[in-house]
Design a protein around this ligand. Structure first.
Ligand code: ADP
Ligand code: MG
Length: 815
């Protein structure tokens, strides 16, 4: 059981501590192999016991038989001294306080031996202080193989130092010193009465010490308690440090280490590693120290429960002290028994981002139970349970955020972009595309509300010899139209379910979502806090909607060569009282999918799959979304909710309605394009006042489009779609019925504003720009509570769950 000097040291230290020592000095020669000496000021050994102490199975630590099961001291098997005496030349000098002098005894193989050959075996009286000095010399002198295995004395000394310093921290108050014999100074020198914190500062440095926060927890039911000091986010650790004491014995416990390490990686922003000093006490009969020959590893009852209590406690502490905002999951029972997405309904706990611990207290000098402050983020989605009762109400803590449900969603979260798959973004893109393409298609049997946009082919675009289009062309370098061959009949757009791109082949992905198809519960039915949030929006107060806060920019500023729009002046928000609009908004609310809305509003962007699809994370789940489809719904939502309150996009130079209509008519195969173009331009000029007032579409006296609504802040649509927009607005919008008009016009507008991926023939820069817009304009617009995701998104397969962390844990925790 003794296989290196540091093992022996541990046993000897424990004996000294058992003897009530308040001062322990360790002296080492040659990594402990030549000499290992421990001097303590404990109660010493009775002279009459000296012949026995090194006998196997002799111990002074069992008074009655029952002690066997409950004994608290380190060792009671009487093995340590016996073992050491078998592998080294051992001598013990000891003096009890009431004894007149000290006695020195020498041992070999568990028995007293004479100091010199031929001398007496009896312990010799000598001078000495109260306490005991144990000297083990020539370790493994009789086991050459073992001795040869321990060649590196520096290494062995480091191990000795590690054991000594850890016991010094755990037994703060007892003075520890450790030195190499002959070295000018001691390597370890803790003071009597010091605190664990002081000793940690001395041993590990002030930086670590000042980042430590204390934890404490006890559980009567499972009969354990722990306290400790852990590093918080304020100090980035590069290497894990564990000081794990179970029932005051320095041990390894791999499950505890692993769980804590993965907690730190997932919770702290920089994937910092833990410094953890944990003093865990478990009812002794629940601990099995005999699983490992050197008692290094232990096992205990209710391991899972205890480990998760520890992780949980640390997690909470980190949350309350870290500067990152993290989200903890609380599962709530299914609201309406739905499967699939509804399983994910959960309340969001947003924990304090401020430090609640002003300074690390001297280690548990006064037992603290700093309540963890909760910060409601103002979002009505937040409904957090109390986390403060954990110290007293212990069993409840087990249900809270185990590590496999811990989620990190702060702004520093890495996106896929940070993992370079190679130097060239295009290589990266192709790689991803080739593996995932085609998995995410529209189910042909289900009508998609999306209208088919018209792309102007270059030939048509060039035919318009109108400099007004220069800016538009500049904005979109499309060289060919992907939909040129599509039967884009503007009149039956509602039924038009052609895939947008040939690459979209129907696949089994639709089946994955079939479980969602029944999930058509409306917001009203589910009556979640979300519904209330959405209700509030309905009341025509929309502080969260951003388009109204367009940056004021004078209309005269843009140079023709700059981007083709500018933001418009800030206007006071107009309250909309039109019943038709309010009805349409209510209709949106009725068709909103609470869960999908929550997923999108709280998502974290992970990265692009391709120019239609991206990965997002919500709580513990990873989803693939079709952001193009979602963008259509977003635009429709914004058209209705920012009605009369959009920002303005100023077209510079303004294109002519007639010319654009001519392009559209030709493209649509109209028999009389000029007549058609005339109809479009008169429709727009006849309605210009209404269009301007309601939609900020400004038609000039000379028939040009001067402004368009800025539906999403700092986002302009693909102007190649303008001709089709004008065409559809004229022919597929119901201009007679008010409510129908607003609905169909918002539809047509949404189609204009919906994202349009660049073409394969576009330069890489177009894709880069496009992705920037998606990531920084469109995706953020989904956040907050400003977008109600429609049920239709599910039937359109716009969102597929790819993975869930707890499931992954189930797979990987066995590895
Ligand atoms: P155990 O610690 O399991 O009892 P050990 O072999 O470690 O067995 O020690 C045997 C006995 O020697 C102890 O029970 C104790 O009575 C005595 N002993 C060992 N070291 C010391 C010490 N430093 N001070 C006082 N007594 C000691
Ligand atoms: Mg012992």
């Amino acid at each position: 059981i003794i296989n290196r000097p540091s093992n022996a040291l541990k046993e000897l230290l424990e004996n000294s501590l058992d003897a009530g020592a308040t001062s322990i000095s360790i002296s080492v020669k040659d990594g402990g192999m030549k000499l290992l000496q421990i001097q303590d000021n404990g109660h010493g050994i009775r002279t009459e016991d000296l012949p026995l102490v090194c006998e196997r199975f002799t111990t002074s630590k069992l008074k009655v038989y029952e002690d066997l099961s409950t004994i608290q001291t380190y060792g009671f098997r009487g093995e340590a001294l016996a073992s050491i005496s078998h592998v080294s030349h051992l001598s013990i000098t000891t003096k009890q306080a009431d004894s007149e002098c000290a006695y020195k005894a020498n041992y070999a193989d568990g028995k007293l031996v004479p100091a010199k050959p031929g001398g007496s075996c009896e312990p010799e009286p000598c001078a000495g202080n109260n306490g005991t000095i144990l000297v083990a010399e020539d370790l493994f002198y009789n086991i050459p193989s073992r001795k040869n295995a321990l060649k590196n004395s520096r290494d062995e000394y480091n191990r000795i130092f590690e054991v000594a310093s850890r016991y010094a921290i755990h037994n703060a108050g007892v003075a520890f010193s450790c030195r190499k014999i002959g070295a000018p100074k001691t390597d370890l020198n803790t003071l009597q009465g010091a605190t664990a914190m002081t000793n940690i500062r001395q041993i590990f440095g002030a930086k670590i010490a000042s980042s430590l926060v204390d934890i404490e927890h006890s559980d009567d039911h499972y009969a354990f308690q722990f306290k400790g000091l852990i590093s918080s986010a304020s100090h980035e650790m590069h290497k894990s440090v564990f000081l794990l004491f179970i029932n005051h014995r320095l041990v390894d416990h791999t499950p505890i280490k692993r769980a804590i390490e993965s907690l730190y990686t997932s919770v702290l922003p920089k994937a910092s590693r833990p410094f953890v000093y944990l003093d865990l006490q478990i009812k002794p009969e629940n601990v099995d120290v005999n699983v490992h020959p050197t008692k290094r590893e232990v096992r205990f009852l209710n391991e899972d429960t205890i480990v998760s209590a520890i992780v949980d406690c640390i997690h909470k502490k980190l949350m309350s002290t870290s500067s990152s905002k993290s989200i903890a999951l609380q599962s709530v029972p299914d609201i309406d028994g739905r499967t699939g997405l509804s399983r994910g309904i959960s309340t969001l706990s947003s924990l304090s981002s401020t430090s609640t611990d002003p300074a690390p207290s001297p280690f548990l000098a006064t037992p603290t139970s700093t309540p963890i402050k909760s910060l409601s983020k103002g979002s009505p989605l937040v409904a957090r349970p109390s986390l403060t009762s954990s110290l007293s109400n212990t069993t409840s803590s087990f249900q809270k955020t185990p590590v496999n449900k811990a989620v990190r969603t702060d702004y520093k979260t890495m996106t896929l972009e940070s993992f370079s798959f190679g130097a060239s973004p295009s290589i990266r893109r192709n790689l991803v595309q080739s593996t995932i393409d085609g998995d995410f298609s529209v189910s042909p049997s289900k009508p998609a509300p999306r209208r088919e946009p018209l792309r102007i082919s270059p030939s048509h675009a060039n035919r318009i010899a109108n400099p007004n289009l220069a800016a538009m062309e500049e904005c979109n370098n499309a060289t060919s139209g992907p939909l040129g061959g599509l039967p884009a009949r503007a009149t039956d757009t509602a039924e038009n379910i052609e895939p947008l791109f040939p690459s979209q082949i129907p696949s089994a992905a639709a089946a994955c979502l079939s479980e969602y198809s029944g999930a058509s519960g409306t917001v009203a039915e589910t009556a979640t806090p979300l519904a209330n949030a959405l209700d509030r929006q309905l009341s025509d107060e929309f502080p969260s909607l951003t388009a109204a806060t367009a940056v004021p920019v004078p209309e005269s500023t843009p140079a023709p060569t700059e981007k083709s729009y500018i933001s418009a002046e800030k206007e006071p928000r107009i309250e909309v009282r039109l019943t038709s609009i309010i009805n349409l908004r209510k209709e949106l609310q009725r068709h909103a999918h609470a869960e999908l809305t929550q997923i999108l509003s709280e998502h974290t962007f992970v990265g692009f799959v391709d120019n239609r699809r991206a990965l997002i994370q919500h709580q513990t789940r990873l989803y693939m979304i079709d952001y193009c489809k979602i963008s259509y719904h977003l635009m429709y939502h914004r058209c209705l909710f920012d009605f009369m309150n959009y920002g303005r996009l100023v077209l510079q130079p303004p294109p002519s309605v007639y010319d654009l209509a001519l392009v559209a008519a030709t493209e649509m195969g109209s028999e009389n394009p000029t007549k058609c173009a005339g109809e479009v331009s008169s429709r727009f000029s006849d309605s210009r006042e209404m269009l301007e007032e309601y939609f900020h579409i400004k038609i000039s006296d000379i028939g040009t489009i001067d402004t368009l609504p800025m539906v999403i802040r700092d986002y302009s649509p693909d102007y190649d779609k303008l001709p089709l927009f004008l065409f559809n607005a004229t022919y597929s919008v119901n201009w007679d019925d008010e409510q129908q008009f607003f609905k169909s016009f918002a539809n047509v507008l949404a189609t204009l504003y919906a994202l349009e991926p660049p073409l394969p023939s576009d330069p890489q820069s177009a894709t880069d720009e496009y992705q920037l817009v998606v990531e920084h304009r469109i995706m953020p617009s989904l956040k907050g509570s400003s977008f109600w995701a429609s049920n239709n998104l599910l039937t359109e397969n716009a969102l597929v769950q790819l993975a869930d962390l707890p499931d992954l844990y189930r797979i990987f925790e066995r590895c």
